[in-house]
Design a protein around this ligand. Structure first.
Ligand code: UT7
Length: 339
């Protein structure tokens, strides 16, 4: 590192979210997927989720709306943005990524770069970590980090897909990162992990580039266009990795679990969150959950939850905030933030 380099912390200067208007309650899925409100609530905690409206909501468009709200909260405009980091597992196109589409949607001029992140449930924290490094090194002052997902168009909405399809929902969230205004505030550290040996445990396999004729192949393998999840194995790993990566963040910064003012876990499953809460010894008011209303929105779940937590006045200046995620890859991650 050059001797002249000054590292500075990045802080979240604004946060916003957007969810589609259509509310889909568990009762609506009962006949469609041979499931029940009772089963879904007992196993996942989900009561309802949002499904997008074709022609109105797009992955990039929802991200853009969340970004506008985050910028407004920060008192900034799109002209201030110097980098876009866009996390999604449900991009508008196979390529190009949704980052450039959101840049266009926001009417941004100046050829601002757009980076696409593909780390599923951990995508937002991975993106936040990348953005944090750019602000720390002084390369950029204002970075948009966005998580946006449309799951509902890609789910198997028959009884065959019910174990997966009842969980996921659509939505978007965004934050604006800026250099911290005060010493010892902002993102204290981020921690990223992956374990590729479990890549196929939570996956959408097709269309795969490895097929000689991928467009033909999918006609005979329609089932592989839908998400597959080995739910029990994902659950088993999640309840180990969440506490591990939270503890790693606390240890690095000399904090204990009881110092956390608010834990915002990726909204994977309410049972996972409750297990993590118990393991970390945190009271109910220190753990944020909104999976009941949105389901699991993968890369969007943490910024949506963060945005709601701020709106509800659950985070005040000086609070110690922990974000943590686990999901497909497997990937997992955490961020410790002094608000
Ligand atoms: O965000 C990324 C990470 N993802 C996660 O963290 C998800 C982790 N996994 C889970 O949350 C849970 O594994 C699920 C909620 C997905 C499933 O819960 P489970 O308790 O692991 O259920 P299971 O797949 O073992 O199935 C238990 C039973 C089965 O019936 P039998 O064989 O015992 O008769 C399933 O057929 O529940 C049945 N089942 C359902 N019944 C009604 C599975 N899905 C449904 C459903 N409605 N939607």
């Amino acid at each position: 590192m050059a001797a002249t380099t000054t590292l500075r912390a990045a802080e979240i200067a604004g946060v916003g979210h957007y969810v589609p208007a259509r509310v889909v309650k568990n009762a609506e899925l009962e006949e469609m997927m041979a499931t029940s409100d009772a089963w879904i609530q007992e196993r996942t905690g989900v009561q309802e989720r949002r499904w997008f409206e074709e022609g109105k909501d797009t992955t990039a468009g929802m991200g853009a709306e969340a970004a506008r709200r985050a910028l407004a909260q920060a008192g900034l405009t799109v002209d201030d943005v110097q980098l876009i980091v866009f996390a999604t597992l449900s991009p508008d196109y196979f390529f190009p990524g949704s980052g450039v589409l959101m840049q266009r949607e926001l009417g941004m001029t100046g050829n601002v770069p757009a980076l696409d992140v593909r780390n599923q449930c951990s995508g937002f924290i991975y993106g936040l970590s990348v953005a944090d490094q750019f602000v720390r090194t002084g390369m950029y002052d204002t970075v948009l980090v966005v998580g946006s997902e449309i799951h509902s168009s890609g789910l198997d909405k028959t009884p065959r897909g019910r174990a997966v399809s009842v969980i996921f929902g659509d939505g978007a969230g965004a934050v604006v990162l800026r250099p911290a205004r005060e010493a010892s505030h902002g993102i204290l550290s981020t921690h990223l992990h992956a374990q590729g040996e479990f890549a196929e445990e939570l996956i959408v396999k097709e269309p795969s580039s490895n097929r000689e004729n991928r467009t033909q192949y999918i006609f005979d393998h329609e089932q592989d266009l839908y998400p597959y999840m080995n739910g029990q194995n994902v659950f088993k790993h999640a309840v180990v990795r969440f506490p591990q990566v939270i503890t790693e963040a606390l240890d690095q910064n000399g904090y204990q679990a009881q110092d956390i003012d608010l834990l915002i876990p990726h909204q994977a499953n309410l049972r996972i969150t409750q297990y993590v809460q118990q393991k970390m010894g945190l009271p109910d008011d220190k753990v944020f959950s909104n999976i009941q209303r949105y389901g699991n929105t993968t890369a969007a779940s943490i910024p949506i939850a963060l945005s709601e937590a701020v709106q509800e006045g659950r985070i005040k200046r000086g609070d110690l905030l922990c974000l943590a995620a686990f999901g497909s890859g497997f990937t997992w991650a955490s961020a410790l933030i002094k608000w």
